[in-house]
Design a protein around this ligand. Sequence first.
Ligand SMILES: [Ca+2]
Ligand SMILES: [Ca+2]
Ligand SMILES: [Ca+2]
Length: 190
Amino acid sequence: MLSELKRNKFTYFFDLLDLNKNELLQHNDFSDMAELVRAKLNLEEGSAEHKYIAEKAIRLFHQLLSDISPEEHQSIKKDEWLSFFEEKLGDQVDEEVLATYQELIYLYVFDFFDHNRDGFITKDEYESFFEIFKLDSQYCDRSFSMLDTNSDDKVSRYEMLAAIEDFLISDDPDSSGNWAFGNWEVSPQN
Ligand SMILES: [Ca+2]
Ligand SMILES: [Ca+2]
Ligand SMILES: [Ca+2]
């Protein structure tokens, strides 16, 4: 079983990743995201850095495909996504699945937005995450402060990994990690 809280969080996260909001996770949701990051960082098209970003963006998609959808299907539906996470991160947590997705999501959210590559996400960098995923900016400050548990105005790898773990498995509505990607109670906008 997935609790209502976890179901809401997984639904929110699916909608966030579904960049073009067609209710399917497909290759273009991930490649378009890499393109938005490329443009945001003013990287030259086809440059080594651009390829690095594009390749990493697709890693999360490929893991999802191999876990959730038979190979002949190149897309993931929301009900398939929810059943997978219900089975693996529901009442019983599969530690291996948790570790895999914690890391991949970390790379997808943290690494891309650490524009100056100092190993921390600042408020500015976190704002560009909100911008690219078209999240409601009114929740940006609150989300950032929830992530920044030691209040030093930056989010470390440790803080981000802890938040992602909470986001994925916590059943506590007050857990700060629920806020890792914005307000999960409000559907990401079109
Ligand atoms: Ca899509
Ligand atoms: Ca940084
Ligand atoms: Ca911090």
